[in-house]
Design a protein around this ligand. Structure first.
Ligand code: GRF
Length: 224
């Protein structure tokens, strides 16, 4: 069975989506640990409830970013996992970590990349005035939110939206896309050609375009 670890800095609702997907048997992986830079992260409570080991690397206790990264690097190595999932991890991973675990780190971002990379993606989308936004799960490379895209799903942006309402609509898609992407990656059902991640979809998507809500099957975890 493949082993994953999750890096999260806060609320951890995407982490919870992974816990639930493992519990329901949708994801046949073991979660070997939660790593967090924030001792106050609610994700820690979720990990404890699910019996998942927690490693806190409190960013505020390190005098330099390099020292923090060195501690994170050794924790990541010691976890001995196939895949690291950044689920609301609010820091940029340094090049040493990205290189060491190349192809084995994925991230979820609350916008349709390459639009609105970085912080406050939902606010950026609203301020820009886009009519559609969404989420992206991608491999992590040395840039900021620039790695090859595994899956995207879109949501409408309504005239009355504020950051909170748009974030909530996107979050629902995030909770579907992240388990889906972890499953595809852990089952090895993809290959990368240049920037393109070619997914062997099997029966998972039935070739339905992302965001085509008319075909959305409802309760199952298919994000399309
Ligand atoms: C999500 O919107 C994720 O896309 C972004 O940070 C947020 C984390 O939410 N990177 P949660 O901690 O998973 O609830």
């Amino acid at each position: 069975m493949k082993r994953i670890a999750v890096l999260a800095s806060g609320r951890g609702s995407n982490f919870q989506a992974l816990i639930d997907a493992i519990r329901d048997g949708y994801l046949n992986v073991a979660c070997a640990g939660l790593v967090t830079d924030n001792p106050g992260a609610y994700a820690i409570v979720r990990a404890r409830e699910a019996g998942i080991p927690v490693r806190v690397i409190d960013y505020s206790l390190f005098s330099t970013k390099e020292d923090y990264e060195a501690a994170l690097f050794s924790v990541m190595q010691s976890l001995d996992v196939d895949l690291f999932v950044l689920a609301g991890y609010m820091r940029i991973l340094g090049p040493r970590i990205v290189r060491e675990f190349s192809g084995r780190i994925i991230n979820i971002h609350p916008a349709l990349l390459p639009s609105f990379a970085g912080l406050h993606a939902q606010r950026q989308a609203l301020e820009y005035g886009v009519r559609v936004s969404g989420c992206t799960v991608h491999f992590v490379d040395e840039g900021m939110d620039t790695g090859p895209i595994i899956i995207q799903a879109c949501v409408p942006v309504f005239p009355g939206d504020d950051e909170e309402s748009l974030s909530a609509r996107i979050l629902e898609k995030e909770h579907q896309c992240l388990p889906w992407a972890v499953r595809i990656v852990c089952e090895g059902r993809f290959r990368i050609e240049g920037r393109r991640v070619l997914v062997n979809e099997g029966n998972d998507t039935k070739n339905i375009a992302p965001g085509d809500t008319a075909h959305r099957p409802g309760k199952d975890r298919n994000p399309f």
